[in-house]
Design a protein around this ligand. Structure first.
Ligand code: ZN
Length: 415
């Protein structure tokens, strides 16, 4: 890399992030965060931006059966992505969708850094001997259809298309109609083993979600594993009645059991050594002067290992948990992690901590499907994520893109 590459990388990352800033986000109300749920007009705008940027770099666009976007930098001997041979491609990327009220970096930083890494490599005159792909996975957050990593789960076969297509958003929109609006055919929706088989190594760069790198004075980190985690639905039923005229002893109020659930989840997590959150609640009929007839709550549980996760779930059994998804622990490819560690040293001059994460990612889904995968983390200055408080410095973001470029060169060179 050229000596001023880090400074140029940070300028480029920042300028691409600024292009994305107005999408699903009102500058007048920054506290409201980013609203970029999958297959909404905002998401379609983000996808269009990705196509434009990728085409600007001369990459070949491919939309897979699930709607994930792939931008390929093909070696001279190939003219079309369909010619890519099994086990020859290196890929990197992340997602552009957000949780409701999300931050600026979760997702977009990985896509933007991949674009900048390719740009940096092109500027040095480097050309790949093997195919290099940037992927923008669709619906990573699961904010709208309630299953996280939709795009990678269906593509790898971890989630059946039938089950996926049965999902509807809260406003009643079916996944099928959302896909159709996004230009994806529900009839063709499903896994693509041959696309997966092309990849010999996949890297997702992501803003750190947690508090490990700042105290270690490290701008970058390398992921070792993803904690096992899942989402469970709880339906608590009661009886609707007047909030004024119904004596307390005659009430059947499900919010009392909701309070129990919330407290029990917290205590179980503390005692067992994991985390549990009731972050989403729907109250029916949701009237201020009506005793609710039903509460629907969703519990998110994560733990360092399966036994701790089971122990927390066991404590919540009496609430009638219905599993919506459960993802076992992911252990990232150790050889790839070593390469990412070397790339961090090349970019920053210092060793990057190797850390696990409690957040799910598409890279974890790919690793679990047998694609050697890894993750680079860019230090968060606030530790916060899934909120507008997400933050990373321009300098660290530049180092991340530089490390990604270095990792691509090393992975591509490996035989
Ligand atoms: Zn993310």
């Amino acid at each position: 890399m050229l000596p001023d590459a880090a400074a140029r990388a940070s300028r480029r990352v920042e300028s691409l992030l600024r292009e994305l800033d107005p999408i699903g986000h009102e500058a007048a109300h920054p506290e409201a965060g980013y609203h970029r749920a999958a297959w909404t007009p905002e998401d379609l705008q983000l996808r269009g931006w990705f196509r434009d940027r990728a085409e600007g770099l001369g990459l070949r666009l491919e939309q897979d059966r699930v709607g994930n976007l792939w931008a390929w930098w093909l070696p001279e001997n190939l003219t079309d992505p369909s010619e890519i041979q099994p086990g020859t491609a290196t890929t990197c990327g992340s997602h552009l969708d957000s949780v409701p009220g999300g931050g600026r970096y979760d997702g977009p930083l990985g896509v933007v850094s991949a674009l900048v890494a390719v740009e940096l490599l092109q500027q040095t005159g480097w050309v790949p001997a093997h195919p290099l792909g940037i992927v923008c996975f669709s619906d990573e957050e699961g904010a709208r259809f309630r299953i996280a990593c939709f795009g990678s789960r269906v593509l790898t076969g971890a989630l059946s298309p039938e089950r996926a297509l049965a999902c509807t958003a809260e406003d009643g929109t079916s996944l099928a109609s959302a896909l159709t609006a996004g230009g994806v055919s529900p009839a063709n929706y499903g896994p693509d083993p041959s696309l997966m088989a092309r990849i010999r190594g996949h890297v997702e760069l992501h803003v750190e979600q947690g508090y490990a790198l700042a105290p270690a004075a490290a701008p970058l980190g390398v992921a070792t594993a993803i904690w096992p985690h899942g989402r469970w639905h709880v339906a608590l039923t009661g009886e609707a009645n007047h909030a004024g005229t119904t004596p307390l002893e005659r009430r059947d109020d499900p919010t009392l059991r909701l309070a129990d659930l919330i407290r029990t989840a917290r205590e179980a997590a503390e005692e067992c050594g994991g985390v549990a959150t009731v972050g989403k609640i729907l109250v029916t009929p949701n009237g201020v002067n009506v005793i609710p007839s039903q509460v629907d709550a969703w519990v998110d549980v994560r733990a360092p290992d399966e036994a701790v996760l089971d122990a927390i779930l066991h404590r919540l059994e009496d609430f009638g948990l219905e599993r919506e998804s459960r993802t076992p622990a992911t252990h990232f490819d150790p050889t790839l992690a070593e390469t990412l560690g070397d790339a961090c040293i090349a970019a920053t001059g210092t060793a990057a901590p190797h850390i696990p994460t409690a957040a799910g990612h598409d890279a974890g889904i790919l690793q679990d499907a047998g694609v050697p995968s890894g993750m680079l983390f860019v230090r968060s200055t606030t530790g916060a994520s899934h909120t507008p408080a997400e933050a990373a410095t321009e300098t660290d973001c530049g180092l991340g893109a530089l490390a990604l470029a270095e990792a691509i060169r090393q992975l591509e060179r490996a035989e």
